[in-house]
Design a protein around this ligand. Structure first.
Ligand code: ADP
Ligand code: MG
Length: 656
């Protein structure tokens, strides 16, 4: 075996500035969106009233930020790109009272270490000058013809840092993050104009605005009109602490599939919303459906010495002195604000997409699992082996979901129940959503005989069944192997139809709309739509970007003429903006597909209280054998009660 070679010792040396710079650059500039954030902060610190952000290929090819701020004198250009050189701090005491966005004096130096950076600036009517840094190598200051203010160009970011480059996300992901930076900047400086141009297309244009409401409109489109101003109770003013929360929140009926539209500003500085989300959610209490998120722009104002912004190089995280108290106050303010908002009544008219919009509007207590899919869909797909256990005839009757006209089975005395049967109902009762659905599932049922023949072959684990009779026009009694089956005809038919419809629902062919529908969406969704155009096209969605949002010219067939198009698009665009790389299936798409299949399966299924002939029953039983999981209905409740000959023998004392 070869001897392991010991590394030879190397003496300790002080690193040179270039190397130090490259190491430090790693902290401040991990990704293009962070570069943009630093540059925009500098512009605001320079008192800019207009900031223009231009991006090419997610910022990897080019980032340009142009402002009309006070500029940098040519003799200070060299310092501006030097590490720990800043005009914003003069000593350690200042760190406790930071009122500028930047203060570390690191951004420009770090960016210059990993890109081709040009800083050009002109003060008022003076001469313009510029300085270049090519991956750490600084050039001489030279003259530059630019408008008053500062222009920063960052070319080929990370191109010379392969290790960093290989960890970068897709340009489209980065583009979305950069639009977010634009949105947050626009929120933090409502009076400044902010423009974001992605690959030559303007995706965000916020003109300098007089009022915060105007700014909200620029960012969220018409949706902004639904946001409600946060209002603390009068008593809250007397609560200890000087911190104050202001801003806007969405009413409970206006939700998003992600929490990305909750923005938090601490003393005007946009911060990561993570630590605040719980308090927000608690403020909404039971008025939000699980899996849905409110929107909000929440501004915390507190004395500068109660917040430490110097805990993270990118300043996205801050430390609050009295975080617990501050969060409680936020929760209370939201509760108080919402206490004036009436609960939106449940939708009464069922449409194909109702479930999707209804989920958003419903204010039912959240008792379901936090799945993205509606409960019924996840129940059907996640519990492939729900096996009907024995239950008494009595409990089976209780489980019967529909209002029945047929005679209720009388209470059966204990000794008449089969041995080994549970006394408790085994199936959960219908959720209110299901109940609602069944109530609307009127209309014609399709005879099982008129259904297309199942494509799948019979699965071997279920023996052939022969219908014996129908009980109370609701249950099929059937014999198969040595067993007696009591089958809920509606639940079974629904299950069979669901399975088939779900397979067929993969068609997302677009259908042109006679008149285009304009959908009001916010800046980030607009940017996501532009970036995700090919993907949307696959889903049958075609659109033009217009000032008000998107003008949709084609939608998938299932959405034609239905409400809920806007919600669906909102959800899907939000997912686009934040989906991890390589995601091919989107929750909103799956949910829609499941939902439509579910609605249709319930609609056309035979009802309880519906007489079936033997041929129809036979067909149902045949189809049942082709369904992967015939034991559970779409809601995850049992479809079948099974009595084996063994149990009967035991009951009648035929076994020793
Ligand atoms: P910091 O912002 O923490 O001071 P930076 O490296 O971002 O550090 O910037 C260094 C200095 O360059 C700033 O302190 C500021 O004086 C100057 N500067 C940077 N960008 C601009 C700008 N857009 N307009 C005016 N001055 C700027
Ligand atoms: Mg800075």
């Amino acid at each position: 075996m070869a001897e392991l070679e010991k590394p030879t010792r190397v003496e300790i040396k002080q690193l040179d500035e270039l190397t130090i710079g490259k190491i430090a650059a790693g902290e401040v500039v991990e990704r293009p969106a962070q570069v943009v954030k630093e540059l925009v902060e500098n512009a605001f610190d320079a008192g800019a009233s207009r900031v223009r952000i231009e991006i090419e290929r997610g910022g990897f090819d080019r980032i340009t930020v142009i402002d009309d701020g006070h500029g940098i004198p040519s003799e200070e250009l060299g310092l501006a790109i030097t590490r720990h050189a800043t005009s914003k701090l003069s000593g350690p005491d200042d760190l406790n009272q930071i009122e500028t966005k930047g203060f570390r004096g690191e951004a420009l130096a770090s960016i210059g270490a990993v890109s081709e950076l040009t800083v050009s600036s002109r003060i008022g009517e003076g001469e313009g000058a510029q300085i270049r840094v090519d991956n750490g190598i600084v050039s001489e200051v030279e003259a530059a013809g630019i408008a008053p203010g500062t222009r920063i160009d960052v070319l080929n970011l990370f191109a010379k840092v392969p290790a960093r480059l290989s960890f970068q996300r897709r340009p489209s992901t980065e583009t979305a993050a950069i639009v977010d930076v634009g949105v947050q900047s626009a929120l933090s400086e409502p009076s400044a104009g902010v423009i974001v141009e992605i690959d030559g297309r303007k995706v965000l244009d916020c003109p300098p605005s007089e009022s915060a409401e105007d700014r909200l409109y620029d960012l969220f489109g018409a949706t902004s009109a639904e946001l409600i101003p946060l209002a603390a109770s009068a008593a809250d003013a007397d609560a200890p602490g000087e911190e104050r929360w202001t801003g806007w929140i969405s009413p409970p009926g206006l939700t998003r599939s992600r929490s990305d539209d909750i923005h938090i500003l601490v003393n005007g500085r946009p911060v990561a919303p993570g630590p605040f989300l719980q308090a927000v959610r608690r403020g909404y209490h039971t008025r939000l459906m699980v899996g849905r998120h409110p929107m909000g722009v929440l501004t915390l104002t507190l004395p500068p010495n109660e917040v430490d912004v110097n805990v993270h190089p990118t300043k996205r995280e801050v430390r609050l002195k009295n975080s617990w108290r501050v969060l409680e106050r936020l929760e209370r303010s939201i509760k108080h604000t919402l206490s004036h908002i009436a609960t939106i009544p449940e939708a009464s008219e069922a449409t194909v997409l109702e479930g999707i919009s209804e989920r958003a509007e419903s204010t039912k207590p959240a008792s379901r699992p936090p799945a993205k899919l509606p409960e019924w869909a996840s129940a059907a797909s996640e519990s492939p082996t729900v096996q009907t256990r024995f239950s008494s005839a009595r409990t089976a009757a209780e489980v019967q979901p529909r209002e029945t006209k047929r005679p209720e089975s009388e209470l059966i005395t204990e000794q008449n129940t089969l041995p080994g049967m549970d006394a408790e109902p085994i199936a959960p009762s219908l959720s209110s959503e299901e109940r609602e659905l069944h109530r609307h599932a009127v209309g014609e049922s399709t005879s099982p005989l008129d259904e297309p023949a199942p494509e799948a072959a019979a699965l071997p684990d279920l023996s052939e069944m022969i219908p014996l009779a129908q009980l109370a026009d609701s249950y099929i009694l059937a014999e198969g192997g040595d067993e007696l089956f009591i089958i809920d005809q509606h639940a079974l038919h629904e299950r069979i139809r669901y399975q088939r419809l779900r397979q067929q629902m993969v068609s997302w062919n677009g259908q042109n709309l006679v008149s285009p529908v304009t959908i009001s969406i916010g800046a980030r969704q607009k940017a996501a739509a532009v970036a995700g155009q090919p993907k949307l096209s696959e889903l049958g969605i075609e659109f033009e970007v217009v000032d008000e949002g998107l003008e949709v010219t084609s939608v998938p067939e299932v959405l034609v003429g239905k409400d809920g198009l806007e919600e669906f698009l909102q959800d899907i665009l939000i997912e686009f903006a934040s989906a991890p790389d390589g995601t091919s299936e989107f929750d909103a798409v799956t949910a829609l597909r499941d939902h439509v299949a579910f609605m249709r399966s319930c609609r056309g299924a035979v009802k309880a209280n519906e007489r079936l002939n033997l041929a129809q029953m036979r067909r149902l039983l045949e189809d049942m054998r082709t369904v992967p999981n015939p034991w559970a209905c779409v809601h995850g409740r049992p479809t079948v009660l099974r009595l084996t000959i063994d149990h009967l023998d035991k009951h009648f004392g035929r076994h020793g």
